[in-house]
Design a binder for this molecule. Structure first.
Ligand code: NAP
Length: 294
């Protein structure tokens, strides 16, 4: 039987509806949640991601501004700007779109953001809090993956989750979320990377497989056990002369073959992608709630 299709678009919509109530509640108390997005340079993917984020804010009634700096902006100048935004009460969330130009140390910039406004959840204070199980702002994609699992009826509790990819952005925070002793988590997690020997044998043990590698169709059907749940985080452009753009997007899994074998699977696009932006909205509202005096 073909796999259940886990629609990120549908689940993201459900979460956005829930958020509207929280936003209305904040506005009633005199606070409109505010997000500032900082973009440096004109990387086309960044331009597109930033516009998606600001559109999501607009649709939900979150105030947002996008600050665009030229490619040659100095690190000191950017740090001074962040310092100003930390003090600006109009913004409860600050998002610096990555990647930054090479001459800027991304870590230095991310560490300069007030952790309470760090809606990407990448500041070491939030990273540490997540690991020790304290309430914090959680990295959006990883949080989105957990929500996809829980809300599609595929809770990770008690399951063996194999995560392929150990990035600070996706793999590691997802591991930190899923190992917590709490509802919607409490999983046994194995983390794979390029140093993993016999990836296929390990992936085959997963009740849930999360592919976050940035490697097109790296997870094939023979690597997935019958009845597994497969979440594909990957977004890869591959050439496709049939498309006007000259490329199409594929994930890190061989969707067509795996869907005949898996219990459930996310599509690319339309799976994890819409969840990432939605969880950014969740974090912005959360940050506003944390910063509003009771
Ligand atoms: N949909 C979304 O919203 C969203 C958000 C974020 C990222 N993404 C996508 O998700 C993918 C991963 O992103 P990322 O930022 O986490 O990537 P990343 O920083 O490049 O990390 C990739 C990870 O995958 C591992 N890896 C790569 N190829 C592998 C292979 N053949 N076998 C085993 N491990 C392998 C790497 O191992 P090593 O550590 O050993 O190098 C690394 O840990 C990308 O396609 C990205 O575009 C999507």
């Amino acid at each position: 039987m073909p796999a259940q299709l886990i629609s990120g678009a549908k689940i993201a919509e459900e979460i956005r509806e829930e958020l509207k109530d929280r936003i209305r509640g904040l506005i009633k108390k005199g606070t409109t949640p505010g997000l500032v997005i900082v973009r440096v340079g004109e990387d086309p993917a960044s331009v597109s991601y930033v516009s998606g984020k600001s559109k999501a804010c607009e649709e939900l009634g979150i105030y947002s501004e996008t600050l665009v700096f030229p490619e040659n902006t100095g690190e000191k100048e950017l740090l001074a700007k962040i310092e100003g935004l930390n003090k600006n009460p109009r913004f409860h969330g600050i998002l610096v779109q990555l990647p930054l130009p090479r001459h800027i140390d991304s870590n230095r910039v991310l560490y300069a953001i007030n952790p309470q406004k760090d809606v990407d959840g990448l500041h070491p204070v939030n990273v540490g809090d997540l690991l020790i199980g304290k309430s914090c702002l959680i990295p959006c994609t990883a949080h989105g993956v957990q929500q996809l699992l829980v809300r599609s009826g595929n809770s990770p509790e008690g399951k063996h989750v194999v995560i392929c990819g150990r990035s600070n952005l996706v793999g590691k925070p997802l591991m930190a979320i899923l190992i917590q002793k709490r509802d919607g988590a409490n999983a046994t997690v194995t983390m794979c990377h390029t140093g993993t020997r016999d990836l296929a044998a390990i992936v085959r043990q997963g009740d849930i497989v999360v592919a976050a590698m940035g490697s097109p169709k790296a997870i094939t059907a023979d690597m997935v056990k019958e009845g597994a749940v497969v979440i594909d985080v990957g977004v890869n452009r591959i050439p496709d002369p049939a498309k006007k753009s000259g490329f199409r997007l594929v994930g890190d899994t061989d969707f067509d073959a795996i869907k005949e074998k898996a219990k459930a699977i996310t599509p690319v696009p339309g799976g994890v992608g819409p969840m990432t932006v939605t969880m950014l909205m969740v974090n912005t509202v959360r940050a506003a709630q944390m910063q509003v005096p009771p």
